[in-house]
Write a protein that binds this ligand. Sequence first.
Ligand code: CP3
Length: 358
Amino acid sequence: MSSSAPVIPTPATRFVRACLRQPVDRPPVWFLRQAGRYMREYMEVRRHHSLLEICKRPEIAAEVTITAAEKLDVDAAIIFADLLLPLECMGLDFEFQAGEGPVIHKPLRTAADIDALVTTRASELAYVGEAIQKVVAHFHDRIGIIGFCGAPFTLASYMIEGGGSRNYIETKKIMYRQPDAWSKLLDKLVIVLREFAAQQVAAGADVIQIFDSWAGALAIPDYRDFVLPITRTLVREVQSLGVPVIYFGVDTASLLPAMRETGADVLGLDWRTPLDKAWRELDYSCAVQGNLDPITLFAEPELIRKRVHQILDQAAARPGHIFNLGHGIVPGTPVENVQAVVRFVREYSPAAGEARHG
Ligand code: CP3
Protein backbone atom coordinates (compact mmCIF):
# COMPACT_ATOMS: atom_id res chain seq x y z
CA MET A 1 0.00 0.00 0.00
CA SER A 2 1.33 3.39 -0.91
CA SER A 3 2.02 5.32 2.27
CA SER A 4 1.16 8.54 0.47
CA ALA A 5 -2.39 7.34 -0.34
CA PRO A 6 -4.97 9.68 1.19
CA VAL A 7 -7.15 8.55 4.08
CA ILE A 8 -10.46 7.42 2.61
CA PRO A 9 -13.50 8.03 4.86
CA THR A 10 -15.54 4.98 5.91
CA PRO A 11 -17.22 3.99 2.67
CA ALA A 12 -20.91 3.28 2.43
CA THR A 13 -21.00 0.22 0.20
CA ARG A 14 -19.84 -3.31 0.94
CA PHE A 15 -18.07 -3.24 -2.41
CA VAL A 16 -15.82 -0.30 -1.53
CA ARG A 17 -15.28 -1.64 1.98
CA ALA A 18 -14.07 -4.93 0.52
CA CYS A 19 -11.69 -3.08 -1.82
CA LEU A 20 -10.14 -1.54 1.30
CA ARG A 21 -10.07 -4.90 3.16
CA GLN A 22 -12.60 -3.67 5.70
CA PRO A 23 -15.08 -6.17 7.22
CA VAL A 24 -18.31 -6.79 5.29
CA ASP A 25 -21.53 -8.72 6.04
CA ARG A 26 -20.92 -10.91 2.96
CA PRO A 27 -18.58 -10.77 -0.03
CA PRO A 28 -19.67 -8.31 -2.69
CA VAL A 29 -20.27 -9.70 -6.19
CA TRP A 30 -20.24 -8.17 -9.67
CA PHE A 31 -19.18 -9.41 -13.12
CA LEU A 32 -16.64 -8.37 -15.73
CA ARG A 33 -18.61 -7.49 -18.90
CA GLN A 34 -21.87 -7.60 -16.99
CA ALA A 35 -23.46 -5.34 -19.65
CA GLY A 36 -22.92 -7.11 -22.94
CA ARG A 37 -24.12 -9.24 -25.76
CA TYR A 38 -25.33 -12.16 -23.62
CA MET A 39 -28.11 -9.88 -22.34
CA ARG A 40 -31.31 -9.40 -24.35
CA GLU A 41 -31.77 -5.80 -23.18
CA TYR A 42 -28.26 -4.85 -24.37
CA MET A 43 -28.79 -6.49 -27.77
CA GLU A 44 -32.02 -4.52 -28.15
CA VAL A 45 -30.10 -1.24 -27.61
CA ARG A 46 -27.34 -2.48 -29.97
CA ARG A 47 -29.90 -2.99 -32.77
CA HIS A 48 -30.34 0.76 -32.87
CA HIS A 49 -26.86 2.04 -31.93
CA SER A 50 -23.24 1.15 -32.62
CA LEU A 51 -20.95 0.34 -29.71
CA LEU A 52 -19.24 3.75 -29.96
CA GLU A 53 -22.59 5.53 -30.11
CA ILE A 54 -23.65 3.83 -26.88
CA CYS A 55 -20.36 4.86 -25.24
CA LYS A 56 -20.64 8.47 -26.40
CA ARG A 57 -24.28 9.12 -25.51
CA PRO A 58 -24.35 9.43 -21.71
CA GLU A 59 -28.08 8.70 -21.40
CA ILE A 60 -27.70 5.42 -23.32
CA ALA A 61 -24.43 4.39 -21.65
CA ALA A 62 -26.04 5.06 -18.24
CA GLU A 63 -29.18 3.11 -19.17
CA VAL A 64 -27.17 0.08 -20.30
CA THR A 65 -25.06 0.21 -17.12
CA ILE A 66 -28.08 0.52 -14.84
CA THR A 67 -30.17 -2.15 -16.60
CA ALA A 68 -27.44 -4.76 -16.27
CA ALA A 69 -26.70 -3.98 -12.61
CA GLU A 70 -30.42 -4.01 -11.68
CA LYS A 71 -31.17 -7.19 -13.60
CA LEU A 72 -28.29 -9.07 -11.96
CA ASP A 73 -28.80 -7.44 -8.54
CA VAL A 74 -25.03 -7.00 -8.11
CA ASP A 75 -23.06 -4.94 -5.59
CA ALA A 76 -21.29 -2.75 -8.18
CA ALA A 77 -21.96 -1.21 -11.58
CA ILE A 78 -19.09 -0.72 -14.04
CA ILE A 79 -19.70 2.19 -16.35
CA PHE A 80 -20.43 1.17 -19.92
CA ALA A 81 -17.48 2.45 -22.00
CA ASP A 82 -14.53 0.88 -23.80
CA LEU A 83 -10.85 0.57 -23.14
CA LEU A 84 -9.92 2.12 -26.47
CA LEU A 85 -11.82 5.43 -26.19
CA PRO A 86 -8.69 7.44 -25.18
CA LEU A 87 -6.96 6.45 -28.43
CA GLU A 88 -9.22 8.75 -30.41
CA CYS A 89 -8.31 11.87 -28.46
CA MET A 90 -4.61 10.98 -28.83
CA GLY A 91 -4.99 11.05 -32.61
CA LEU A 92 -5.51 7.35 -33.42
CA ASP A 93 -8.77 6.49 -35.16
CA PHE A 94 -10.27 3.03 -34.76
CA GLU A 95 -13.46 1.11 -35.36
CA PHE A 96 -15.09 -2.06 -34.08
CA GLN A 97 -15.56 -4.50 -36.95
CA ALA A 98 -18.21 -7.18 -36.51
CA GLY A 99 -16.60 -10.43 -35.46
CA GLU A 100 -13.07 -8.99 -35.59
CA GLY A 101 -12.89 -6.74 -32.57
CA PRO A 102 -11.19 -3.37 -32.68
CA VAL A 103 -9.16 -2.22 -35.71
CA ILE A 104 -6.83 0.79 -35.39
CA HIS A 105 -6.48 2.39 -38.80
CA LYS A 106 -2.87 3.59 -38.61
CA PRO A 107 -1.04 1.66 -35.88
CA LEU A 108 2.10 3.16 -34.32
CA ARG A 109 5.31 1.84 -35.85
CA THR A 110 7.99 4.53 -35.47
CA ALA A 111 9.29 7.00 -32.90
CA ALA A 112 7.85 9.78 -35.09
CA ASP A 113 4.37 8.20 -34.82
CA ILE A 114 4.74 8.29 -31.03
CA ASP A 115 5.98 11.90 -31.10
CA ALA A 116 2.86 12.87 -33.01
CA LEU A 117 0.46 11.54 -30.32
CA VAL A 118 -1.60 14.26 -28.66
CA THR A 119 -1.98 14.45 -24.85
CA THR A 120 -3.94 17.68 -24.48
CA ARG A 121 -7.40 16.58 -25.56
CA ALA A 122 -8.52 14.28 -22.70
CA SER A 123 -11.40 16.69 -22.05
CA GLU A 124 -13.04 15.15 -25.14
CA LEU A 125 -13.70 12.05 -23.01
CA ALA A 126 -16.08 14.00 -20.75
CA TYR A 127 -19.03 11.95 -22.01
CA VAL A 128 -17.88 9.04 -19.80
CA GLY A 129 -18.04 11.26 -16.70
CA GLU A 130 -21.48 12.48 -17.73
CA ALA A 131 -22.69 8.88 -17.95
CA ILE A 132 -21.20 8.15 -14.50
CA GLN A 133 -23.09 11.13 -13.03
CA LYS A 134 -26.34 9.65 -14.30
CA VAL A 135 -25.54 6.22 -12.85
CA VAL A 136 -24.61 7.76 -9.49
CA ALA A 137 -27.85 9.78 -9.50
CA HIS A 138 -29.74 6.51 -9.97
CA PHE A 139 -28.00 4.30 -7.40
CA HIS A 140 -26.66 6.87 -4.89
CA ASP A 141 -24.85 4.73 -2.30
CA ARG A 142 -26.88 1.57 -2.91
CA ILE A 143 -24.05 -0.09 -4.83
CA GLY A 144 -20.49 0.82 -5.80
CA ILE A 145 -19.84 2.65 -9.08
CA ILE A 146 -16.73 1.59 -10.97
CA GLY A 147 -14.94 3.78 -13.51
CA PHE A 148 -12.17 2.28 -15.57
CA CYS A 149 -9.31 2.78 -17.99
CA GLY A 150 -6.74 0.64 -19.76
CA ALA A 151 -3.26 0.14 -18.34
CA PRO A 152 -0.32 1.62 -20.29
CA PHE A 153 0.95 -1.75 -21.60
CA THR A 154 -2.40 -3.08 -22.79
CA LEU A 155 -3.34 0.18 -24.50
CA ALA A 156 0.13 0.49 -26.07
CA SER A 157 -0.26 -3.04 -27.45
CA TYR A 158 -3.50 -2.08 -29.23
CA MET A 159 -1.93 1.13 -30.57
CA ILE A 160 1.09 -0.70 -31.96
CA GLU A 161 -0.44 -3.99 -33.14
CA GLY A 162 -3.51 -2.27 -34.58
CA GLY A 163 -5.87 -4.71 -32.84
CA GLY A 164 -5.73 -7.93 -30.83
CA SER A 165 -2.52 -9.94 -31.10
CA ARG A 166 -1.20 -13.42 -30.45
CA ASN A 167 2.52 -12.79 -29.96
CA TYR A 168 2.78 -9.00 -29.53
CA ILE A 169 5.82 -8.96 -31.84
CA GLU A 170 5.52 -5.31 -32.97
CA THR A 171 4.87 -4.19 -29.39
CA LYS A 172 7.84 -6.07 -27.98
CA LYS A 173 10.06 -4.91 -30.86
CA ILE A 174 9.52 -1.28 -29.87
CA MET A 175 9.81 -2.18 -26.17
CA TYR A 176 13.17 -3.96 -26.64
CA ARG A 177 14.74 -2.01 -29.49
CA GLN A 178 13.47 1.55 -28.99
CA PRO A 179 13.26 1.92 -25.21
CA ASP A 180 13.15 5.72 -25.39
CA ALA A 181 10.21 5.69 -27.79
CA TRP A 182 8.54 3.02 -25.62
CA SER A 183 8.82 5.06 -22.46
CA LYS A 184 7.67 8.19 -24.26
CA LEU A 185 4.55 6.32 -25.43
CA LEU A 186 3.78 5.05 -21.92
CA ASP A 187 4.41 8.49 -20.40
CA LYS A 188 2.01 10.04 -22.90
CA LEU A 189 -0.62 7.43 -22.13
CA VAL A 190 -0.35 8.10 -18.42
CA ILE A 191 -0.89 11.85 -18.95
CA VAL A 192 -4.19 11.11 -20.70
CA LEU A 193 -5.27 8.23 -18.43
CA ARG A 194 -4.64 10.23 -15.26
CA GLU A 195 -6.92 12.98 -16.51
CA PHE A 196 -9.53 10.49 -17.75
CA ALA A 197 -9.58 8.79 -14.33
CA ALA A 198 -9.81 12.18 -12.60
CA GLN A 199 -12.89 13.06 -14.69
CA GLN A 200 -14.52 9.78 -13.69
CA VAL A 201 -13.77 10.26 -10.00
CA ALA A 202 -15.04 13.85 -10.12
CA ALA A 203 -18.24 12.47 -11.66
CA GLY A 204 -18.72 10.13 -8.69
CA ALA A 205 -16.89 6.87 -9.47
CA ASP A 206 -16.09 5.11 -6.17
CA VAL A 207 -13.32 2.91 -7.52
CA ILE A 208 -11.19 2.84 -10.69
CA GLN A 209 -10.36 -0.49 -12.33
CA ILE A 210 -7.22 -0.46 -14.48
CA PHE A 211 -7.39 -3.18 -17.14
CA ASP A 212 -4.01 -4.67 -18.05
CA SER A 213 -5.82 -7.48 -19.83
CA TRP A 214 -2.84 -8.67 -21.86
CA ALA A 215 -0.01 -8.18 -19.32
CA GLY A 216 0.13 -11.99 -19.09
CA ALA A 217 1.98 -11.93 -22.43
CA LEU A 218 5.04 -10.56 -20.63
CA ALA A 219 7.90 -12.44 -18.98
CA ILE A 220 8.47 -11.31 -15.40
CA PRO A 221 11.75 -9.40 -16.10
CA ASP A 222 10.17 -7.61 -19.08
CA TYR A 223 7.16 -6.66 -16.98
CA ARG A 224 9.50 -5.38 -14.27
CA ASP A 225 11.82 -3.43 -16.59
CA PHE A 226 9.40 -2.02 -19.15
CA VAL A 227 5.93 -1.89 -17.59
CA LEU A 228 5.85 -1.97 -13.77
CA PRO A 229 7.39 1.49 -13.05
CA ILE A 230 5.00 3.48 -15.23
CA THR A 231 2.02 1.38 -14.12
CA ARG A 232 2.93 2.06 -10.50
CA THR A 233 2.95 5.79 -11.33
CA LEU A 234 -0.57 5.56 -12.78
CA VAL A 235 -1.89 3.53 -9.83
CA ARG A 236 -0.47 6.05 -7.32
CA GLU A 237 -1.88 9.00 -9.25
CA VAL A 238 -5.33 7.47 -9.35
CA GLN A 239 -5.17 6.61 -5.63
CA SER A 240 -4.21 10.20 -4.92
CA LEU A 241 -7.65 11.17 -6.30
CA GLY A 242 -9.06 9.47 -3.19
CA VAL A 243 -10.33 6.15 -4.60
CA PRO A 244 -9.12 2.54 -4.39
CA VAL A 245 -7.68 0.94 -7.53
CA ILE A 246 -8.40 -2.55 -8.88
CA TYR A 247 -5.62 -3.79 -11.20
CA PHE A 248 -6.69 -6.62 -13.48
CA GLY A 249 -4.98 -8.91 -15.97
CA VAL A 250 -5.36 -12.39 -17.44
CA ASP A 251 -2.84 -15.26 -17.42
CA THR A 252 -0.99 -13.49 -14.65
CA ALA A 253 -0.35 -16.32 -12.12
CA SER A 254 3.42 -15.82 -12.14
CA LEU A 255 3.23 -12.01 -12.50
CA LEU A 256 1.02 -11.38 -9.46
CA PRO A 257 3.80 -10.55 -6.96
CA ALA A 258 5.25 -8.01 -9.43
CA MET A 259 1.77 -6.62 -10.17
CA ARG A 260 1.31 -6.22 -6.42
CA GLU A 261 4.27 -3.80 -6.46
CA THR A 262 2.14 -1.30 -8.37
CA GLY A 263 0.51 -0.66 -4.98
CA ALA A 264 -3.00 -1.42 -6.28
CA ASP A 265 -5.58 -1.95 -3.53
CA VAL A 266 -7.14 -4.96 -5.30
CA LEU A 267 -5.67 -7.47 -7.78
CA GLY A 268 -7.89 -9.32 -10.26
CA LEU A 269 -7.25 -13.08 -10.38
CA ASP A 270 -7.99 -15.20 -13.44
CA TRP A 271 -9.35 -18.73 -13.00
CA ARG A 272 -6.03 -20.45 -13.69
CA THR A 273 -4.80 -19.24 -10.31
CA PRO A 274 -6.37 -20.96 -7.25
CA LEU A 275 -7.60 -18.05 -5.17
CA ASP A 276 -6.23 -19.34 -1.85
CA LYS A 277 -2.77 -20.05 -3.27
CA ALA A 278 -2.56 -16.69 -5.06
CA TRP A 279 -3.73 -14.74 -2.03
CA ARG A 280 -1.31 -16.54 0.30
CA GLU A 281 1.57 -15.86 -2.07
CA LEU A 282 0.63 -12.19 -1.95
CA ASP A 283 0.86 -12.42 1.87
CA TYR A 284 -2.76 -11.18 1.96
CA SER A 285 -1.25 -7.72 1.43
CA CYS A 286 -4.03 -6.55 -0.89
CA ALA A 287 -7.65 -7.39 -1.66
CA VAL A 288 -8.41 -9.88 -4.46
CA GLN A 289 -11.19 -10.07 -7.02
CA GLY A 290 -12.23 -13.25 -8.82
CA ASN A 291 -12.02 -15.89 -9.96
CA LEU A 292 -14.68 -18.18 -11.49
CA ASP A 293 -13.98 -19.38 -15.04
CA PRO A 294 -16.56 -17.46 -17.12
CA ILE A 295 -17.29 -20.60 -19.14
CA THR A 296 -18.49 -22.35 -15.95
CA LEU A 297 -21.63 -20.27 -16.47
CA PHE A 298 -22.58 -22.74 -19.23
CA ALA A 299 -22.70 -25.63 -16.70
CA GLU A 300 -25.73 -26.93 -14.77
CA PRO A 301 -26.65 -24.80 -11.73
CA GLU A 302 -25.53 -27.47 -9.24
CA LEU A 303 -21.98 -27.47 -10.60
CA ILE A 304 -21.94 -23.66 -10.73
CA ARG A 305 -23.04 -23.56 -7.08
CA LYS A 306 -20.26 -25.97 -6.12
CA ARG A 307 -17.59 -23.92 -7.91
CA VAL A 308 -18.87 -20.63 -6.44
CA HIS A 309 -18.84 -22.09 -2.93
CA GLN A 310 -15.37 -23.57 -3.44
CA ILE A 311 -14.04 -20.10 -4.28
CA LEU A 312 -15.77 -18.63 -1.24
CA ASP A 313 -14.29 -21.43 0.91
CA GLN A 314 -10.85 -20.50 -0.40
CA ALA A 315 -11.43 -16.85 0.48
CA ALA A 316 -12.37 -18.10 3.98
CA ALA A 317 -14.37 -14.95 4.84
CA ARG A 318 -11.15 -12.96 5.01
CA PRO A 319 -11.85 -9.23 4.52
CA GLY A 320 -10.91 -8.13 1.00
CA HIS A 321 -12.49 -10.68 -1.32
CA ILE A 322 -14.72 -9.45 -4.13
CA PHE A 323 -16.50 -12.26 -5.97
CA ASN A 324 -16.20 -12.02 -9.76
CA LEU A 325 -15.24 -14.06 -12.80
CA GLY A 326 -11.65 -14.54 -13.92
CA HIS A 327 -12.49 -12.70 -17.17
CA GLY A 328 -15.56 -11.26 -18.90
CA ILE A 329 -18.94 -12.91 -19.51
CA VAL A 330 -18.97 -14.20 -23.10
CA PRO A 331 -21.84 -13.94 -25.62
CA GLY A 332 -24.30 -16.84 -25.33
CA THR A 333 -24.00 -17.13 -21.54
CA PRO A 334 -27.43 -17.92 -19.99
CA VAL A 335 -28.40 -14.82 -18.03
CA GLU A 336 -30.24 -16.92 -15.43
CA ASN A 337 -26.94 -18.62 -14.57
CA VAL A 338 -25.32 -15.25 -13.93
CA GLN A 339 -28.24 -14.35 -11.66
CA ALA A 340 -27.86 -17.73 -9.95
CA VAL A 341 -24.23 -16.93 -9.08
CA VAL A 342 -25.41 -13.83 -7.21
CA ARG A 343 -27.83 -16.03 -5.21
CA PHE A 344 -25.11 -18.62 -4.54
CA VAL A 345 -22.82 -15.90 -3.16
CA ARG A 346 -25.64 -14.55 -0.95
CA GLU A 347 -26.71 -17.94 0.42
CA TYR A 348 -23.14 -18.99 1.25
CA SER A 349 -22.29 -19.64 4.82
CA PRO A 350 -18.63 -20.15 5.72
CA ALA A 351 -19.53 -22.76 8.37
CA ALA A 352 -20.75 -25.18 5.68
CA GLY A 353 -17.30 -25.18 4.11
CA GLU A 354 -15.97 -28.05 6.19
CA ALA A 355 -18.87 -30.25 5.13
CA ARG A 356 -18.04 -29.55 1.50
CA HIS A 357 -14.42 -30.51 1.98
CA GLY A 358 -15.18 -33.08 4.66
O1 CP3 B 1 -20.18 -4.24 -18.44
C1 CP3 B 1 -19.11 -4.12 -19.04
O2 CP3 B 1 -18.03 -4.60 -18.62
C2 CP3 B 1 -19.13 -3.41 -20.36
C3 CP3 B 1 -18.20 -2.27 -20.50
C4 CP3 B 1 -16.91 -2.64 -21.22
C5 CP3 B 1 -16.76 -2.80 -22.64
N1 CP3 B 1 -15.43 -2.97 -22.90
C6 CP3 B 1 -17.83 -2.71 -23.65
C7 CP3 B 1 -17.68 -3.57 -24.86
C8 CP3 B 1 -15.65 -2.81 -20.64
C9 CP3 B 1 -15.26 -2.80 -19.16
C10 CP3 B 1 -14.73 -3.01 -21.72
C11 CP3 B 1 -13.27 -3.14 -21.51
C12 CP3 B 1 -12.44 -3.62 -22.63
N2 CP3 B 1 -12.54 -3.30 -23.95
C13 CP3 B 1 -11.32 -4.44 -22.47
C14 CP3 B 1 -10.76 -4.92 -21.15
C15 CP3 B 1 -11.60 -5.99 -20.58
C16 CP3 B 1 -11.17 -7.37 -20.92
O3 CP3 B 1 -11.98 -8.06 -21.52
O4 CP3 B 1 -10.04 -7.73 -20.57
C17 CP3 B 1 -10.76 -4.66 -23.73
C18 CP3 B 1 -9.55 -5.51 -24.03
C19 CP3 B 1 -11.53 -3.91 -24.66
C20 CP3 B 1 -11.33 -3.79 -26.12
C21 CP3 B 1 -12.44 -4.44 -26.85
N3 CP3 B 1 -13.73 -3.95 -26.92
C22 CP3 B 1 -12.40 -5.65 -27.57
C23 CP3 B 1 -11.16 -6.54 -27.70
C24 CP3 B 1 -13.67 -5.85 -28.10
C25 CP3 B 1 -14.10 -6.92 -29.06
C26 CP3 B 1 -14.13 -8.26 -28.42
C27 CP3 B 1 -15.53 -8.64 -28.11
O5 CP3 B 1 -15.81 -9.00 -26.94
O6 CP3 B 1 -16.31 -8.62 -29.04
C28 CP3 B 1 -14.51 -4.81 -27.65
C29 CP3 B 1 -15.95 -4.64 -27.92
C30 CP3 B 1 -16.85 -4.43 -26.75
N4 CP3 B 1 -16.63 -3.52 -25.75
C31 CP3 B 1 -18.09 -5.09 -26.51
C32 CP3 B 1 -18.63 -4.55 -25.33
C33 CP3 B 1 -19.93 -4.89 -24.67
C34 CP3 B 1 -18.74 -6.16 -27.36
C35 CP3 B 1 -19.03 -5.71 -28.74
C36 CP3 B 1 -20.36 -5.09 -29.08
O7 CP3 B 1 -21.26 -4.82 -28.25
O8 CP3 B 1 -20.50 -4.84 -30.28
